[in-house]
Ligand binder design. Structure first.
Ligand code: ADP
Ligand code: MG
Ligand code: MG
Length: 192
């Protein structure tokens, strides 16, 4: 989560620029506000398991981010955290399954599916690219980045960008770009 926070700090402006083309130019600020608050809470509360870490970050995103991305990412992480339970250590295959359940919860909350030009276009391919063992972190990162790039020619069917109709074509979805940052941070951390 620290690596995700650092990536969002670095890329805040790019996320906001993407959102200025198809939305309301706040995605960078939304992500930064949420993750900053989440990292403060992690420091303060020191949750004792990976599941509790994800659940706490999810709750903070929901409580601090006004935009759609708060409840959506919040649901992803709360659901993934719930799947991991309270065990002190979890293996990569369980993390993959938890992230898959989280992505499915996002799709349910957003009534959205891959192809709608949202974060799901990065999340689902990335989770699957983690592979059988759940340890193909570099492949997951590449799949998330490809998934984000693949949103460029799509027409948005969900979220603010959908108000633009045909004019949403030709721009990367901001949430798909921030999802790629999550998987880039995961890959960086796993390699370190
Ligand atoms: P807002 O649109 O409220 O300003 P953000 O700009 O922070 O919120 O986040 C926008 C992102 O949220 C989009 O780029 C998209 O990836 C994601 N999003 C919006 N609506 C949905 C949905 N129904 N399902 C999945 N993702 C969505
Ligand atoms: Mg926005
Ligand atoms: Mg907004």
């Amino acid at each position: 989560m620290s690596a995700v926070g650092a990536a969002v700090d670095r890329e805040e402006q790019r996320l906001t620029e993407l959102d200025s083309a198809v939305g309301d130019a706040d995605h960078g600020a939304n992500m930064r506000r949420g993750l900053t608050a989440a990292l403060v809470s992690l420091e303060r509360e020191g949750p004792g398991s990976p599941g509790a870490v994800l659940a706490l970050v999810g709750r903070r995103l929901i409580s601090t981010v006004g935009g759609a991305s708060g409840p959506l990412y919040g649901t992803l992480l709360r659901r993934a955290g719930k799947e991991l339970g309270t065990e002190e250590t979890v293996d990569a295959a369980r993390l993959r399954d938890a992230l898959r359940a989280g992505a499915e919860a996002v799709a349910q909350l957003g009534s959205s599916a891959p192809g709608d030009k949202t974060m799901l276009d990065a999340l689902f391919p990335a989770v699957e690219a983690l592979g059988e063992s759940g340890t193909d972190f570099a492949a997951a990162r590449a799949a998330a980045e490809e998934g984000a790039a693949a949103t460029v020619p799509m027409r948005a069917r969900k979220g603010r960008a959908s108000y633009l109709g045909e004019r949403s074509v030709g721009h990367m979805d901001p949430g798909a770009a921030s999802s790629a940052l999550f998987f880039a941070a995961l890959a960086e951390t796993a390699e370190a």
